[in-house]
Design a protein around this ligand. Structure first.
Ligand SMILES: Nc1nc2c(c(=O)[nH]1)N[C@H]1C(S)=C(S)[C@@H](COP(=O)(O)O)O[C@H]1N2
Ligand SMILES: [Mo]
Length: 499
């Protein structure tokens, strides 16, 4: 029984520590408490609250923890009979935790990670602490020694659990402060326009034209993302320049703000993949800043460095020409989310993220490609990273079973900074038929497309290709993402039911 209680405690601690370190809003136990409050009938809740007053929540959380420790004790007793029954207890508790976390407002699958960590802890720890006890059962002559081993193991684990929980709190603290600073920021000149109506083709199931920040793909090498207070942020622009420039966050946001819809994509996106998103970005034009420092004519790139030491080398011309390359401070009208580079990141229309979109950017060294190596280019990826023309079928889903008759097909196509001119769909390797295109506010964003085709009963293959505004037709040659982006037509299989 003690083994079960200790196991439960250790699992709750690792789960709490994980929630704190990742600053997932609350620990699973609190989520369960909120769930209970949620489902308690109003009148009952009022009676209880009037009884215990302000202490309602702490009491509820304590009650839940005590109940869980009792359940842990039960699981410990059950472990005498084998591993199946305690496993059921852990599964039940974890299931309740996951349910509570998921039905929280804004709860996402990622928020269930603390519960998963807690569950894995239970399974591993129960096996570890009960081992000496099982040995003692089988070899009575060793019983007193094994009991001592058990007590030591249980004690050490309990202490370690408190340590993990505390460490999680400390790790998460800096982030909580930055999240608070971010929440309180008011950025003059940053707007939040509605999605232009003409960009939406009106076919359900296509990814929304504007990607909400919460759904925007995330790629970074940092394990724990940098948390930078705006007041501590500085960007140094130096290297092959006439005069260096060091900018504070205040200096930066006081400048003229530029804003635009820009689609950002990852070079690692497979054909048909979803490592691409479209947002309204607000920031300060890099062309203006680089004009201010005076560029040496021999320079051809900027080596960007982020607070976590990640680097990328960006062609200088893309940061100084008339495209809206910017040091972005806001995404979709709100300060950048911490994961997307708060407080400042770079956005360059027309380039893959790995050569341009430095999050938590703190250093711009004007230099020459021949003199530097950056994180991904050192690892075999191409130095230049212009985005390749791409198109994707979002509806129907690959493998879908469809009723006979007219089938609506639709998706997205992109060729940032060149623009999409045409999208075509081929049925079963037949002729290419032009799809209808929605509008795009500029050549820097993706476009939604749709087409309706009558499909006979049976199995079918659908594929899509796009053409850009320079007349380039997307190639069907399949190439891997390394070294400079995948090529090939997104192709899906569907089955149509007999009439
Ligand atoms: N500091 C930092 N910035 C980075 C990266 C990184 O690993 N570290 N990854 C880049 C890559 S490969 C891409 S595709 C984009 C992704 O930006 P997002 O995570 O905001 O979608 O960020 C870029 N900026
Ligand atoms: Mo990327």
């Amino acid at each position: 029984m003690l083994a079960g209680v200790v196991t439960m405690l250790v699992g709750l601690a690792t789960s709490f520590g994980t929630a704190m370190a990742l600053t997932i809003r609350e620990s699973p136990v609190v989520a369960v408490a909120e769930l209970i409050i949620e489902i308690t009938p109003g009148a009952v809740a009022e009676r209880l609250i009037s009884l215990v007053g302000q202490l309602d929540k702490p009491l509820l959380v304590c009650g839940i923890v005590l109940f869980l420790l009792a359940l842990g004790g039960l699981a410990g007793l059950l472990s005498r009979t084998g591993t199946a029954l305690p496993m059921l207890v852990w599964l039940g508790v974890a299931g309740l935790g996951i349910l509570a976390v998921l039905i929280q407002p804004g709860g996402s699958v990622a928020d269930t990670l603390p519960v998963v960590v807690g569950y894995v802890t239970w399974v591993l720890v129960l096996a570890a602490v009960t081992k000496p006890l099982r040995v003692a059962q089988r070899h009575p002559e060793l019983a007193s020694r094994e009991r001592r081993v058990f007590l030591v193991v249980a004690g050490v684990l309990a202490v370690a659990a408190v340590g993990v929980a505390g460490a999680g709190r400390i790790v998460g603290r800096g982030r909580r402060h930055v999240a608070e600073s971010r929440r309180l920021l008011r950025l003059d000149g940053v707007t939040r326009p509605p999605v232009p109506a003409e960009t939406t083709i009106g076919l359900g199931g296509i990814s929304p034209w504007q990607t909400p920040a919460d759904d925007f793909y995330l790629i970074h090498t940092a394990i724990s993302v940098p948390t930078i207070e705006p007041k501590d942020w500085v960007l140094r622009i130096h290297g092959l320049v006439e005069k260096e420039l060091t900018l504070s966050y205040q200096d930066l946001v006081a400048r003229r703000i530029t804003e635009s819809w820009i689609t950002l994509g990852c070079v690692s996106n497979e054909v048909g993949g979803d490592l691409v998103g479209n947002a309204w970005w607000s920031g300060i034009r890099t062309a203006d800043l680089l004009a201010e420092v005076g560029l040496d004519p021999s320079a051809d790139c900027v080596l960007q460095t982020s607070d976590d030491g990640w680097t990328c080398s960006t062609p200088l011309s893309t940061l100084t020409d008339d495209r809206n390359a910017m040091l972005a401070i806001a995404m979709n009208g709100a300060p950048l989310p911490i994961e997307h580079g708060f407080p400042v990141r770079t956005i360059v229309p027309g380039l893959y993220g790995y050569v341009s979109a430095t999050k938590w950017v703190v250093d711009f060294e004007v230099t020459r490609f021949s003199d530097v190596a950056a994180f991904w280019t050192e690892r075999g990826w191409s130095e230049m990273g212009p985005v390749k023309i791409a198109s994707r079928i979002d509806v129907p889903r690959s493998g879908a079973d469809l009723p006979a008759g007219d089938v609506n097909i639709g998706g997205l196509a992109w060729a940032q900074h060149t623009g999409i001119a045409k999208v075509e769909v081929a049925l079963d390797g037949g002729e290419w038929r032009p799809a209808e295109l929605a509008a795009a506010p500029s050549k820097d964003t993706w476009v939604q497309w749709a087409i309706t085709l009558p499909l006979e009963p049976g199995d079918h293959q659908l594929r899509v290709r796009a053409s850009d505004k320079d007349g380039l037709v997307q190639t069907g040659v399949r190439r891997d993402v390394v070294p400079d982006g995948a090529t090939g037509w997104h192709t899906i299989d569907v089955s149509v039911a007999g009439a």
